[in-house]
Ligand binder design. Structure first.
Ligand code: PGA
Length: 253
């Protein structure tokens, strides 16, 4: 049985003080249960503070993005090694906001995925179609293309140390969650694409759903056979709500 993984994507909010406070409140709100992994992903400049606040707890630190390059003249960028040095173990790669607002294409996302692994970070690779693409019936095609861009570049073995998040763009921050059945269909597609290359890796990898996950819909989503957790945005900024999502996860396995 795959252990559930719930990741909080805090996006670009807050101050060092408020991030540390949120981390503390999140720890307090969570129960002591260890039957799932919980990751929080604050902005870069809050990583050290949040790392300090969660030190000694079972909550894991992650980042929201990284540079595809290792070191050198890349003004404004942050490398995987720097994130690792700040205590990160996970990093989100290819979030739809990065793809849509910062021009990250499939090839760059694949390079970031590999850069994360070179730095001993577990990438959380985000895949998902836009509303327009879903309306045109292209969801499966888009997700398959995004997945294969990384699979072809990194190889199937790399997915033994990775997590994938299916995040339909039309569900992110909109309150319009995919139904458990809609999400399950795409998750099953992702797992079977991986299984075509390595059944063991496909069975073990955790596939997260993201897009307006809340305490009220988490259990139904996490109950689906190929949904192994969530990538939670807005709701992770409220400690009680995030903890309730984590509990819903625990109750569903
Ligand atoms: P949301 O964001 O939960 O606010 O929809 C999810 C995400 O962008 O990872």
């Amino acid at each position: 049985m795959r252990q559930l993984l719930i990741a909080g994507n805090w996006k670009m909010h807050g101050t060092r003080a408020s991030a540390a406070r949120l981390a503390g409140e999140t720890l307090q709100a969570l129960d002591a249960s260890t039957d799932r992994d919980i990751v929080v992903c604050p902005p870069f400049v809050h990583l050290v503070e949040v790392g300090r606040a969660i030190q000694g707890s079972s909550v894991i630190l992650g980042a929201q993005n990284l540079c595809a390059e290792e070191d050198g003249a890349y003004t404004g960028e942050v490398s995987g090694a720097m994130l690792r040095d700040c205590g990160c173990r996970y990093v989100i790669v290819g979030h739809s906001e990065r793809r849509a607002l910062y021009g990250e294409n499939d090839a760059l996302v694949a390079r970031k995925f590999m850069a994360a692994q070179r730095a001993s970070l577990t990438p959380i690779l985000c895949l998902g179609e836009t509303l327009e693409q879903r309306r045109r019936g292209q969801s499966r095609e888009v997700v398959t293309r995004q997945l294969h861009a990384v699979l072809d570049a990194a190889g199937i073995a790399a997915f033994g140390q990775a997590t994938i998040a299916y995040e339909p763009v039309w569900a992110i921050g909109t309150g319009n969650t995919a139904t458990p059945e809609q999400a399950q269909e795409v998750h099953a597609l992702i797992r079977s694409s991986l299984a075509a290359q390595d059944a063991k890796i496909a069975a073990a990898i955790r596939l997260l759903y993201g897009g307006s996950v809340k305490a009220s819909n988490a259990a139904a989503l996490f109950h689906m056979p190929d949904i192994d957790g969530g990538l939670v945005g807005g709701a992770s900024l409220q400690a009680q709500e995030f903890a309730a999502i984590c509990r819903a996860g625990a109750a569903s396995i």
